[in-house]
Ligand binder design. Structure first.
Ligand SMILES: [Zn+2]
Length: 447
């Protein structure tokens, strides 16, 4: 497959106003200016298009597609305590529908690799983890599901009600089984599992420690929420006498195999430690704004050389947010607080691609357009309304998300002419709406 005549941004340092990309199988074999050398293969005319690496979503909760639009004027803790009720009733069918719609929606906004953080497993309601893995296989995006968990209910000083938490032995056994059944460490992998206890205010220290031990024994990555709100900082100071980041460091949870969602409320020393330990951050600007949580210190983290990726977070705290739109949200929030040079369009694009790949430990094969890397490529149409802006990267990052001419995952077409093609687009949307109705019905008695 050959893409020609596109404005190619490699994110590895080169940019070609009129360039080509050659793909063989699931890999990129050549990138450069002008026409590709004559060779056989499908030729895609990228005239009027911007070619970028596929976007990487570093934080999500797919099941929340079924519980959007609730507790819309609440703080994180208020929002969580409202939503734990319907979530406690979800089953595998809800998760399957929510994941189809959520992943289809992500693909439509240029996402070629997505994580998911699923941390609620009500008993006797089917295999929720398998349901989302199957949905990702159908939609065709690269998937990094994180087996989440909560073991600290109200009776132990945690936030969630006791009936939505699991016991530590079940969590560790189920997490290990999820890794053994699904994790594929091979090059070009479409599926890698991470271990992801939910947050410092829903998980015991013992579970954090044993999760890290399990993940490191299995060679998989660690993920959790951190420093999302000031309420959380108050909680960790009270419970552990430390800031959230200090607490993480004290239990061996900073390091190159860890990425953390949010990191909104960091102190100067925390910013330095995240960079020094090569701990990644998943920045979710819309969700942080929607919940009034604050503005993450992204420009400070980047200035220290820390790995920062973008995430949309769950749709219940960031309804219908497109991943490509998070570039603008990130730029605007940084600039609103730190001034007009604090985050550029190209820095935001780098966060959404290479930064995300660094968070997931995939920067050797994802995140840039270079020979040898996986052919995960987004081709954006910037020749319509966007064409009045000369710099297509500025048009893409500052403006409304442009239509996708093509989205490739490992060389396979997932979106063509702005339509999802792996699964009928209308059907993915219908499944999402059905998942919402099903969850509301299942949760009738607790709402
Ligand atoms: Zn989250």
């Amino acid at each position: 497959m050959i893409i020609e005549n596109a404005h190619v941004v490699t994110v590895s340092g080169d940019e070609y106003a009129n360039g080509h990309i050659v793909i063989d199988g699931d890999r990129i074999t050549a990138v450069g200016p002008g026409k590709a050398p004559a060779q056989d293969g499908e030729r895609i005319d990228g005239g009027g298009c911007l070619a970028t690496p596929g976007l990487i979503n570093t934080h999500h909760h797919l099941y929340q597609w079924a519980s959007q639009g609730m507790a819309v004027d609440s703080t994180l803790f208020e929002w969580l305590t409202t939503l734990y009720k319907p979530w406690s009733k979800m089953d595998a069918e809800v998760v399957a529908g929510a994941a189809s719609a959520g992943l289809g929606w992500l693909a439509k906004s240029g996402c070629t690799t997505s994580t998911d953080h699923h941390y609620l497993f009500p008993k006797g309601r089917g295999d929720l983890f398998a349901a989302e893995v199957e949905a990702a296989r159908e939609i065709g995006v690269r998937f990094h599901p994180c087996r989440g968990s909560m073991d600290r209910g109200e009776s132990q000083g945690g936030l969630p009600p006791d009936e939505v938490v699991e016991d530590i032995d079940t969590i560790l056994a189920e997490t290990e089984a999820a890794i053994d059944r699904n994790h594929d460490p091979s090059p070009g992998s479409m599926l890698r599992v991470a271990v992801a206890p939910c947050s410092p205010f829903t998980v015991t220290k013992e579970l954090m420690l044993r999760s890290a031990e399990l993940a490191r024994g299995k060679g998989v990555r660690l993920h959790t929420h951190l420093a999302e709100t000031l309420d959380e900082e108050e909680h960790t100071r009270e419970q552990f006498g430390m800031t959230p980041a200090e607490y993480m460091e004290s239990i061996g949870w900073l390091g190159p195999d860890v990425w953390l969602a949010h990191c909104v409320h960091l102190h100067d020393a925390d910013v330095k430690r995240l960079a020094e330990t090569r701990t990644g951050t998943a920045h979710c600007p819309s969700s942080n704004a929607r919940l009034g949580a604050g503005i993450a210190r992204v420009s400070h983290l980047l200035a220290e050389g820390a790995a920062v990726g973008l995430g949309v977070d769950g749709p219940a705290s960031a309804e219908l947010v497109p991943l490509a739109g998070e570039l603008r949200q990130a730029i605007y929030l940084q600039r609103a607080r730190y001034g007009p040079t604090s985050l550029t369009a190209r820095q935001a694009l780098e966060m959404a691609t290479l930064g995300g790949a660094r968070c997931l430990g995939r920067d050797d094969e994802l995140g840039t357009l270079e020979p040898g890397k996986l052919a995960d490529i987004a081709l954006w149409r910037v020749d319509g309304f966007h064409a009045a802006v000369d710099d297509p990267v500025v048009a893409f990052a500052f403006g409304r998300t442009p239509p996708l001419q093509r989205l490739l995952v490992g060389g396979r077409t997932v979106v063509d002419d702005d339509m999802l093609v792996t699964v009928p687009q209308d059907e993915a949307a219908r499944r999402g709406a059905a998942a919402h109705r099903r969850l509301m019905k299942l949760a009738e008695e607790v709402l």
